[in-house]
Design a protein around this ligand. Sequence first.
Ligand code: GRF
Length: 220
Amino acid sequence: MKADPAPLPTIVVLASGTGSNLQALIDASRERDFPGEIIAVGSNRPKAFALERAAQAHIKTFVVDHTQHGSREEFDAHLMAELRRLDPDLIVLAGFMRILTEDFVRAFRGKLLNVHPSLLPAYTGLNTHQRVLDAGDSLHGVSIHFVTEELDGGPVIAQAEVPVLADDTPDTLAERVQQQEHLLYPIVVRWFCEGRIRLGAQDVLFDGAALAEPMKLAAN
Ligand code: GRF
């Protein structure tokens, strides 16, 4: 008799918006050898299109509406309770536009990934595309990082560079950055589910060794 295959690591995706990164993850998770299972998608916005994408893919959804909670602490406590119930191995923030409390981040240390549209540590925070253009930079990109207490400051796992073109606007730049996000995030989630990446004390361990610098996806 054949033994049952080991259960796959479980993933919860949190998204606030259109969910194109979620879609890239759903598409990747349909590949036969994908080493994880998306068990739920949560949002702080009841009308987020990401929830529709999840429903289309027959993935369970939940909402913790931030407008229904008086404080950040109360919102986070509810979100934490949902996540504790689901008990995933990995929580993927995919355009989740809420700043999480330190308690929340500590509770899920090493299990929280985020995508940020810049080559961190440059341009933490919002409006990165406009700020890159204002600064006259020739190179922009995307970072996938572990989430720690410091906003957009957790150890970076991987980056993809995007050249800035002379006639770029924030929108054209955002579009090319997003194309890279959709390629890079599934790769990193795959690594996590395969047990290849872990959050160390202050760094990323890749196959057990500290990464001296983020992994790079070649620009294309
Ligand atoms: C992404 O560009 C991500 O970098 C930023 O929010 C956006 C989310 O887009 N944090 P989507 O909802 O995945 O389409």
